[in-house]
Design a protein around this ligand. Structure first.
Ligand code: UTP
Length: 298
């Protein structure tokens, strides 16, 4: 079964590591997960689960940590609330809530200490049975109604059967905020990754192509991850440690320039841009919101 799943080339599971501390969003994230911050009326994490499901994923594995219970409750039935909505005749909203819990099969594992995104992924390794897996970090929303970002990556994975990283380009002045790749073009939008440099100065960066928090990983990446020692005070990183080491060991890793509008909802400005753009498209509020924005003298 495991061997068949690994060789069939179709990825059915996604890991969403959500055990980070969300320090860039304090104090909002002191007592609630940053992944539950709403873009208009839908939490960021639901956009990511919907992206995964629309890309063909059937099982979503959350790696949670302290203070993340709200995420589990969000993807569960809410019996009392549903009963009350029913009794008030608000059936449509009730059905909308039930649908969230039925988007996929959900599994939860816990990262006991925030030792980095790579360490978080290792906590879910035993649920993979040697299969390749999609990984979505909890804050990058890419808006593409025609072809979800993860579907774009899975298409590259299905062609090369190797790990795939989502890429985007940013102005040189911003590269110091990202993992930056040195890459060779192999097909339209598709690159072979030759090296990864974490948060370089603009002048030292090999390019302005940077890593977005979406990946397809093969079992060998988890083997690399498991060899990286944890040093107190630092973190085990998927890109800067494991993928980089895998490339240095001769492994092939691909990158794909994601098509769509990217919002880094883990940063204040990215989150605000998402709220404005999605607000302008939301059927219930778009008209009045547009009118309000036009009235501002900014
Ligand atoms: P980030 O680098 O965005 O870190 O993590 P963060 O803690 O969420 O946010 P800031 O930077 O402190 O504001 C990338 C992804 O890895 C997860 C995060 O939840 C996010 O989805 N992560 C990070 C873990 O699950 N565990 C960790 O120990 C670190």
């Amino acid at each position: 079964m495991a061997a068949h799943a690994a060789s069939s080339g179709k990825v059915k599971k996604a890991i969403l590591p959500v055990a980070g501390l969300g320090t860039r969003f304090l104090p909002a994230t002191k007592a609630q997960p940053k992944e539950m911050l709403p873009i208009v009326d839908k939490p960021v994490i639901q956009y990511l689960v919907e992206e995964a499901v629309q890309s063909g994923i059937e099982e979503v594995i959350f790696v949670t940590g302290r203070g993340k219970r709200a995420i589990e409750d969000h993807f569960d039935h809410a019996m009392e609330l549903e009963y009350i909505l029913d009794s008030k005749g608000k059936t449509a909203v009730k059905e909308q809530l039930r649908h969230i819990a039925e988007l996929a099969h959900f599994a939860y594992v816990r990262q006991k200490e925030a030792r980095g995104d790579g360490d978080a992924l290792l906590q879910a390794r035993h649920l993979l049975n040697g299969e390749s897996v999609a990984v979505l970090f909890g804050d990058d929303i890419i808006d593409n109604p025609r072809r979800p970002a993860l579907r774009q990556l899975l298409d590259v994975y299905e062609k090369y059967q190797a790990p795939v990283i989502a890429l985007t380009t940013v102005p040189r002045k911003d590269v110091h905020l990202y993992g930056v790749v040195k890459a060779k073009k192999v097909a339209p939008g598709t690159f072979q990754i030759l090296d990864i440099v974490e948060k370089p100065d603009g002048k030292d960066a090999p390019s302005n192509q940077v890593i977005v928090g979406k990946f397809v990983l093969t079992p060998v990446v988890f083997e690399e991850l498991s060899t990286i020692p944890y040093k107190p005070g630092s973190e085990i990183k998927l890109t800067g440690d494991a993928l980089r080491q895998y490339i240095q060991h001769g492994g092939m890793v691909y990158g794909y320039t994601i098509e769509g509008t990217r919002y880094d909802c883990g940063s204040k400005i990215g989150f605000l841009k998402a709220v404005v753009d999605f607000g302008l498209k939301h059927p219930e509020v778009k008209k009045e919101f547009k009118k309000y924005l036009k009235s501002l003298s900014v």
